[in-house]
Design a protein around this ligand. Structure first.
Ligand SMILES: [Mn+2]
Length: 275
């Protein structure tokens, strides 16, 4: 098993063990000699120049100068990169997806369903994630497989990027106003699957999107992400707004749930011992 680790914008596909060793303080030279492609070196150097002053000073104060070489590999937040790449292929859909939990809301989304792209784009921006997502699905049948499988793959990406879930808030909620519409979302990254969707939508299509598939998207996400997702439109008039407010509330609830808990950063946010 391997996971994609992105350091300062460079794509380094490292085995999990290597990534863990980097986190634990392995010497930077070992990475250069062992697993790092030539081009990655330049990327790391560029990133170092860009980020070194603030990162090194903050880590140095907290943990001493021995951690400096590792701090230089960190993204601009000064924390570990939390990224995942999913390549999911079935006879119904082919999905390529790269996610960064600690992004800047940048996206490149193409599912073939324009309204669904709109939802995933604003999800990424409101969540503060980065998302590259390409889905080639059997839209000649209908949109069901595409929407459900994107939900599954996106959920899997969050689960993978979160790793052991130590030091995260785990749960999050948001109440999102959008003009005349109000929607709420609650997330628990519990390791269990459950979803409730009540979108109050009363038309079969919004734009080119089959609205019954809102439910299938969150069903897929809850399964892929092994989490509980509850979303509800409290009231509203516009069906476009009802769905959009749900995706925005979902994004911001999830943003809270995946956030780092500085006070409990080495702890699993559960008394069970596993999430
Ligand atoms: Mn809109």
């Amino acid at each position: 098993m391997s996971e994609a680790i992105t350091a300062n914008g460079g794509d380094l596909h490292l085995p999990v063990g290597v990534a863990r060793e980097l986190e634990a303080g392995m010497d930077r030279g070992a990475l250069s000699e062992g697993t790092q492609p030539q081009s990655g070196s330049a990327t790391l150097e560029a990133g170092t120049e860009h980020n070194s002053s603030s990162l090194v000073s903050s880590r140095s104060e907290a943990e001493g100068s021995a951690f400096q070489p590792i701090a230089q590999l960190k993204p601009s937040t000064g924390s570990d990169a939390r990224t995942a790449t999913i390549d999911r292929n079935t006879t119904e859909t082919r999905i390529k997806l790269t996610l960064n939990l600690d992004g800047q809301g940048t996206y490149n989304v193409r599912t073939g369903i324009r309204f669904f792209d709109h939802m995933l784009e604003l999800f990424t921006r409101h969540g503060g994630f980065d998302l590259d997502l390409l889905c080639d699905g059997d839209l000649d049948v209908d949109q069901h497989h595409t929407v459900e499988d994107v939900g599954i793959a996106l959920g899997e990406a969050f689960d993978k990027a979160l790793g052991d879930k130590k030091g995260i808030l785990r749960a999050g909620y948001f109440v999102m106003a959008m003009d005349e519409t109000l929607a709420v979302a609650a997330i628990d990254l519990s390791g269990r699957t459950g979803y409730v969707v009540d979108d109050q939508v009363n038309v079969p299509l919004v734009g080119d999107f089959q609205t019954e598939l809102v439910t299938d998207f969150f069903d897929g996400f809850a399964r892929g992400g092994r989490c509980n997702v509850h979303v509800k439109t409290m009231y509203g008039r516009s069906n476009h707004h009802k769905i959009e407010a749900i995706f925005k509330a979902f994004a911001r609830a999830l943003r809270g749930a995946v956030s780092r808990d500085e006070r409990m950063k080495d702890l699993l946010p559960s008394t069970k011992g596993l999430l």
